[in-house]
Design a protein around this ligand. Structure first.
Ligand code: DI6
Ligand code: FE
Length: 401
């Protein structure tokens, strides 16, 4: 057997099977960007020949990390809102006064595609520096068809500018555009934007912000029905600010994920389990909003709902470009175990994107996306805040500079 590259003398956290799926004295072989072998070095196929062999000197290898929920393509800056909140205003006060999402919408509409890409690249680079190999990116700061498409095109370009996989999600139903007509905007989503996005394959999933301050269940359902007719996956911002049945709504549409979930009920968790919907928890937004109600982690465990962790990287409620920090906070704020946090940034995050056949574990056949770590134990990956103990990042079988 001939392979392109062989990483040997490694310890693997494959994220497959039980727990972290640990393999001591492991090796990984890549051919044409895919994993040809992942397992014990002693069990490498006889006669395997590699064009290049890399001695990992006992380092740990995990699947490349996956940030399955970001809004990282946007223009403008909202650090003034940080100061206003410190002075006592609330997120809702600021939104009512024309700040919040509307402020980012104004700046994003004025930005060219090039400007959006340039603004997003440092955020992407911060994630890559900590071993991320797949990033989900949502639109939702254009709130008119042209500007939404421009955001999605900018997202796609990020994957050409850097060695990383981008999963683009259309979040036209993020807010009613400032000064816009609600019904007319919803019509433009289903009649104009969705058909074009499907046709041009600009997004693989459709998301909506189902909240009392955003879209109702009926409005969300109308968007999802059209999205599914176009063969797109759906996911939902659910139960972030109160329990309005978001988890059950996501489950009704067999959403790949429901995200936030601070106020989700036991019944909501049970419905997600039956539908196979992943719970994506976003401790960055919980922290920034000084939320006190926590997602029902114990109910997710009891019902067997897979839990993923993501950054929610956005300029308002989660200005955080570190997935590891969010994994850390998922443990300290929500009580995840370290293995749960690590599975949440790999295997379960892949499933939250509907990409579990392609990424998220170290298994033959999957994309050879790896993070190679300078750590004694995998727990170090999330225990530390600050520079990532990353030795190397491998994307589609190639070591990245
Ligand atoms: N959930 C959030 O927390 C935000 N969007 C969303 O869907 C906030 C986005 C922003 O403030 O810019
Ligand atoms: Fe979000």
């Amino acid at each position: 057997v001939q392979v392109d590259r062989l990483w040997r003398n490694a310890r693997l956290a494959t994220m497959a099977g039980e727990g972290l799926g640990i393999v001591e004295a492991g090796a990984i072989a890549a051919r044409n960007g895919r994993i040809a072998f992942a397992g014990r070095e002693a069990e490498l196929p006889l006669g395997l020949r590699a064009a290049e062999t890399i001695d990992c000197e006992g380092r740990w290898i995990t699947p490349g990390l996956i940030d399955c929920h970001t809004h990282l393509v946007f223009a403008g800056d909202r650090s003034d809102e940080f100061e206003r909140r410190l002075a006592g205003e609330t997120y809702a006060d600021i939104a009512r006064a024309g700040g919040g999402i509307a402020a980012t919408v104004r700046a994003t509409r004025e930005a060219s595609e090039d400007a959006l890409v340039a603004a997003a690249l440092p955020r992407v680079d911060a994630l890559l520096a900590e071993g991320v190999t797949t990033i989900e990116v949502k639109s939702g700061y254009g709130l008119e068809t042209g500007a939404e498409l421009r955001q999605l095109r900018a997202a796609r370009r990020l994957g050409r500018e850097r060695p990383v996989s981008i999963a683009a999600t259309y979040l036209g139903a993020h807010a009613v555009p400032p000064g816009g007509d609600r019904a007319a905007y919803l019509r433009s989503i289903v009649d104009e934007a969705l058909p074009r996005i499907a046709e041009e394959r600009l997004a693989e999933a459709v998301d909506a912000f189902h909240e009392t301050i955003a879209f109702t269940a009926d409005e969300t359902a109308a968007v999802f029905e059209v999205a599914q007719r176009h063969g797109m996956r759906v996911k939902l911002h659910a139960d972030q600010l109160n329990d309005n049945g978001g988890a059950a709504l996501a489950a009704r549409f067999s959403a790949v994920s429901a995200d936030h979930l601070e106020y989700t009920s036991e019944e909501g968790a049970a419905a997600m389990a039956r539908a196979g919907t992943v719970a994506v928890i976003l401790p960055g937004a919980f922290y920034v909003l000084k939320e006190t109600c926590k997602p029902p982690i114990e109910a997710f465990r009891r019902h067997g709902v897979p839990i993923a962790v993501a950054t929610d990287l956005n300029p308002g409620t989660s200005p955080i470009a570190s997935l590891r920090l969010c994994g850390h906070m998922a443990c300290t704020f929500f009580g995840l175990t370290v293995p749960e946090a690590l599975l949440g940034m790999t295997r379960h995050a892949a499933r939250a994107l509907g990409r579990e056949a392609d990424i998220g574990t170290l298994e033959a056949g999957k994309s050879c996306d790896l993070a190679i770590w300078n750590v004694e134990r995998p727990a170090e990956i999330v225990a530390w805040i600050g520079p990532a103990p990353l030795h190397a990042r491998v994307w589609r079988g190639e070591t990245c500079p």
